[in-house]
Design a protein around this ligand. Structure first.
Ligand SMILES: [Zn+2]
Ligand SMILES: [Zn+2]
Length: 307
């Protein structure tokens, strides 16, 4: 009966044969096997189809893995697919097509609508993530005053893209080592880093031309110079004290003196008394005593030699 009848085709399905009222019809089946009697002028055979199996693979691009989905031509592509998650400030926004190249713009469709060609048995989808964390400006502290050019870096949780860095309204590029530089300028600096999802980090700083060292600072033992913005110490060393006379002593009055560091002028032992100067008579007395001491010494030595 089926002689000369070619098998039909249907995208996404394999033709398995003809049926008539739930019974299979083979090439050996005769019209008379199916027709009740010779008054039946025609019968309708119904084609039997078996759905082919297709596969959707998921590349989550750093997110939690999603298992392959097996489906048929008329099944919805994303039905039953649990969205992945990704650590580090990412929100899942959907899938895009990785391979093969397809022209559809939505995945809210059946496999057949997606591929439109039933020889394509596998489609790979990739996760699309929205970055929800702002970039980080490393090396600059908001509100801080810096002395001299200040190098800094900018990182973003989305390492696949570089954040845009803007200094005082101007886009700047990093150097070969990935550093940006805030050059000295008068007044405040505004540094902004923006990622591709418009997450923004900002710091405001002041960059002076150089350190500003004030007067000497010192403690009991040492002296040093310190930048008034507190970021540098130079010329640290031990005091070198020398006596300095405040008031000369006379024959009638005591004098006053103190010790002073020759470098930082720190003082110690202030208001130290200096003995009165000796009078003429006291000097003569001292001279006579010293002569007497010498004579006695000489005499003792002589006795020693004799004995
Ligand atoms: Zn400084
Ligand atoms: Zn000193």
């Amino acid at each position: 009966m089926l002689e000369g009848v070619s098998a039909p085709t249907k995208a996404g399905y394999t033709f398995t044969g003809w049926k008539y009222a739930d019974s299979a019809v083979s090439s050996d089946t005769k019209f008379s096997d199916l027709a009740a009697d010779d008054k039946v002028s025609g019968i309708t055979l119904v084609a039997e189809w078996m759905a082919k199996t297709y596969t959707i693979k998921f590349d989550t691009r750093g997110g939690t893995p999603v298992a392959d989905k097996t489906l048929h031509w008329d099944d919805k592509v994303l039905d039953g697919v649990v969205p992945p998650t990704k650590e580090g400030g990412f929100e899942f926004i959907g899938w895009n097509i990785v391979s093969p190249k397809l022209s559809v713009t939505t995945l809210n469709c059946t496999y057949g609508e997606l591929v439109q060609d039933d020889s394509i048995d596998t489609v790979t989808l990739g996760a699309v993530w929205r970055d929800t964390e702002k970039p980080v400006i490393i090396g600059l502290e908001n509100g801080k005053i810096y002395c001299g050019p200040q190098k800094f870096k900018v990182t973003d949780n989305d390492t696949s893209r570089t954040a845009t860095v803007i200094i005082n309204g101007k886009n700047v590029e990093p150097d070969a080592d990935g550093y940006y530089t805030a050059e000295p300028a008068n007044g405040e600096f505004k540094v902004i880093a923006v990622d591709s999802f418009a997450n923004m980090a900002m710091v405001q700083i002041t960059v002076n031309a150089a350190h500003d060292y004030s007067d000497w600072k010192f403690d009991e033992n040492e002296h040093w110079k310190e930048c008034k913005y507190g970021d540098s110490v130079i010329e640290k060393g031990e005091h070198t004290f020398e006596w300095v006379t405040d008031k000369e002593a006379t024959e009638t009055e005591k004098g006053i003196a103190h010790e002073e560091c020759t470098v930082c002028h720190a003082k110690r032992n202030e208001n130290t008394e200096v003995q009165k100067l000796k009078t003429k008579w006291e000097k003569i007395r001292d001279w006579l005593i010293s002569i007497l001491v010498k004579i006695i010494k000489w005499f003792i030595d002589l006795i020693k030699d004799v004995c």
